[in-house]
Design a binder for this molecule. Structure first.
Ligand code: OOG
Ligand code: NI
Length: 268
């Protein structure tokens, strides 16, 4: 077991940045402008709702470190269910974990995903490194494309497996940028693509959370039969507003999350 969340997040970041060069570049860009370290608001993880890799298996790693289950989110069209987790230590990043409701998908997808998950050794799902262990199965590029036709999420999972899907810059903790729009401008000025699904700024002050994200980097992946360049991971930016009690809102906004998921879609 990881003894502290800091160690786990350091490992997750190392694994994430290796396939997300733009996150590393944006992080450096911000660090150069800021006197204080860049703060990570949350990470997100993805999985399938099948034993032994369901949401609860991933969550267990965080519960062991003192995290607690908080909000629940439903994404009917994408056939996803998600929860977020918070730690009593306010400095600990929040965690957003989603799972594909495989039983609601086509028989073909169920069969493909069932065959992938059957290859997972259950003992490895509780190992320290599981959350940044990548893929536990053989998958061909053809199978990836078959999944892509029905569920971009399923295809992403099949290709990338277990790793942080994004880290998130806390705009509240920046001194040089005060809004999501300003952050987006900095990104565009530096040549990054901002996810525009549902608008470049997701959420509003009324939602108590505004977010944006880059479109995922495109990285070469070795499938069982060939190599192909596909979307990897993205970087997110979050600005939280205070609740009536004065504490910053710590939850997520389903309508915004629905669009953030699309940051791993292939660009045109
Ligand atoms: C998670 C998308 C949702 C947020 O902050 O609302 C999300 C994902 O793409 O796996 O991260
Ligand atoms: Ni997020």
């Amino acid at each position: 077991m990881h003894t502290d969340y800091q160690t786990l997040f350091r490992e997750l970041w190392e694994n994430y940045r290796a396939v997300t060069p733009s996150a590393e570049r944006i992080h450096r860009l911000l660090a150069e402008r800021e006197a204080r370290p860049v703060v990570n608001d949350h990470i997100a993880l993805r999985t399938f709702n099948l034993d032994p890799v369901g949401l609860d298996t991933l969550a267990g790693h965080f519960l062991n470190l003192g995290y607690e289950a908080c909000g629940e989110y439903h994404f009917e069209a994408k056939k996803l269910y998600a929860r977020h987790f918070e730690h009593p230590d306010k400095h600990a990043p929040k965690v957003f974990i989603s799972e594909l409701l495989v039983d609601q998908c086509s028989p073909k997808l169920q069969q493909i995903v069932g065959e992938l998950v059957d290859q997972v050794d259950p003992d490895r799902t509780t190992a320290d490194n599981f959350l940044y262990s990548g893929r536990h199965w053989q998958v061909s590029h053809n199978t990836y494309q078959e999944l892509l036709e029905e569920s971009e999420y399923a295809a992403w999972m099949a290709a990338w497996g277990y790793r942080a899907n994004h880290f998130t810059v806390s705009i509240n903790d920046l001194d040089s940028i005060h809004s999501v729009a300003e952050m987006n401008q900095l990104l565009k000025d530096n040549g990054f693509t901002v996810n525009s699904s549902g608008g470049e700024v997701k959420g509003s002050p009324e939602d108590l959370l505004e977010q944006s994200s880059t479109m995922a980097d495109r990285v070469a992946v070795r499938f069982s039969d060939r190599e192909a360049t596909i979307p990897s991971c993205f970087y997110e930016f979050a600005l939280r507003y205070p609740k009536p009690d004065g504490e910053l809102y710590s939850g997520f906004v389903a309508a915004s999350a629905d669009k953030i998921f699309e940051s791993t879609h292939a660009g045109s």
